[in-house]
Each structure stands twice: as C-alpha cells, then as structure tokens.
Write a protein that binds this ligand. Sequence first.
Ligand SMILES: Nc1ncnc2c1ncn2[C@@H]1O[C@H](COP(=O)(O)OP(=O)(O)O)[C@@H](O)[C@H]1O
Ligand SMILES: [Mg+2]
Length: 289
Amino acid sequence: MQQDQAYLLRQLSNSTPGHSRKSRVVTIASGKGGVGKSNFALNFALSLIAAGKKVVLIDLDIGMANLDILMGLNPKYHLLDMIKHKKSIWDVLEKGPNQLEYLAGGSGFNHLHQLDEDERSFFFHELEKLHGYADIILIDTGAGLTLESQQCHLSADEVILLTTPEPTSIADAYSVVKMLHSQRPSLSFQLVINRVSNPKQGMEVASKFKSAVQSFLKKEIKIFGAIPDDPYVMQAVLKQVPFTLAFPRSSASSTIKRLAERFVSGTPEPKDNGGIKGFIRKLTRILDK
Ligand SMILES: Nc1ncnc2c1ncn2[C@@H]1O[C@H](COP(=O)(O)OP(=O)(O)O)[C@@H](O)[C@H]1O
Ligand SMILES: [Mg+2]
C-alpha cells in the first residue's frame, strides 16, 4: 500500500471509537467539601477541550452529583440507568457545551459495593469502551475520604488535589494525601490552591503544603497552580453556565485556561499511566479485597 494511503487509513481509524489513544485518567480530590471541586472539574474539562483534547467528564460524586446543575442541563440518563437498564455508554454520555461529553452521576445508590457481580462487570465493560476514545477522562468524586472516592483516586493515573487557603481545608487535604499515599505510594498528585486572594498567597500555601508532605510523608507532590477567589464564579453558578464560558475573561477563567494549557503541553504523564483499562483493573482489585 502507498504511504499516503496508509496514512489516510490511519487517520480515519483514529476518528472512530476504539483506536489506541491511551486515555489519561485524572480524578479531582479534596479534603473538605465546598472547596470548588466540581466547578474546577467542569471548567478544567472545558479548557482542556479548548486546548485541543478530547475529554470525557464523569460525575462519580454519587448521591451528590451536580455537574448538570452547573451546566443547566437535565440529563436524560445517568450512571445508574446505564447499569440498571444495561444501556451502552454511547447512549448515556450526555453532550455538554463545546463538545464536552459527560456521564451524569445522579443518585439512587451510594456505593459501588452495592452493585452485584453482574452489574459491576457490565459497568466496567462499558467504561472500558472509553479506551482510545478520550485523551483525558476527568472524574469528579465526593469530598474527603469516602470509600468511593478513595477507591477512585487509588485507581487513577493521577489526582488533582484542591484545597482553599483555609487551615481546615488544608488539614483535610493533607489527610487525603496521607491516607492515599499509605495505600499507593506511587500515586501522583498535582496540587491546586483555589480561591486565593493573590498569587503570592497561593504560592506560599502551596509551598508549605508541599514541604509538609515532603518532611512527614517523604513524598513529592507537584504544585499545579492557584486560582483566584473570583466573584464571577458564583455569578456563573447562579446563571448555571460554566464560568469559563459565562465570563471567559474573568481572572478564574484565564487562570484555569492557563493551567489546562500547561497540563496538555508541559505535564508529563505519570510513568505507571494505565489509562481506563488500568483504572478498571486497579478498581476491581480494590473492590475484590
Ligand atoms: N475560584 C473561586 N472563586 C470564588 N468562588 C468559588 C471559586 N471556586 C468555587 N467557588 C464557590 O464555591 C462554591 C462551591 O463550589 P463547588 O465546585 O460546588 O465545590 P465542591 O464540588 O468542592 O463541593 C461555588 O458554588 C462557588 O460559589
Ligand atoms: Mg462537588
């Protein structure tokens, strides 16, 4: 076959689900609730798309799922429909703004443990179809150390950990790192300080956090960045439009866009990146324990 023909066929096969693009599975974590995790997940996802990546956002904050509220959408199906009614992932992936695809969390069950053998394997089988479909799979999880969140973080390729500068939020975020590190020392963390008064405060809080983790846990975590406390975020939440779309030039929007660009161009993937298949393999091992 001619080289150009081979090239064309390769390109064509790249545009259909199931080619060999390895998805990077990133979970969003926090200690305390209400620190801005869901807003970050949604707007980071949209900014990654703007930076040229194909992104699937999954709401695994089971019971408290609210990404759809932040987008003003009323999803037709959610995770539980997929599992209970054996719907294909392609039927339940909702379309958000700007080619965002997301799996709504909904409520109805609280634990992956509540799924029977058959439901769980169906769920994992459907999730596995995302292999090669998305460049990045972002997972919003419940706050703190719920069993569910722990299991997700421990199975991910990397964790973006959010805290505000408040001591309570920092202490809880530290407990999350400590706990996860004790179970999987190789897990990679990227730290984001949300709602900072100014960049200097962000850097100070981040460096102190990083050195505490270094001294007490002998672990290296990466400082990803700091997002300003920005009144436009709340305004966007009230409008039910993601803040990067409602107020694209606000300070929170321009910061998160820069973070996404850096994530795409400058952040190497962790060595043990297993993609969605690795995520499912690790999660299965944890659930079977
Ligand atoms: N950078 C920010 N600046 C100002 N307010 C913010 C910022 N990030 C989050 N918030 C506020 O915090 C609230 C909670 O955010 P949310 O993303 O729902 O938190 P979580 O998912 O961690 O519970 C938002 O509704 C918004 O009012
Ligand atoms: Mg949330």
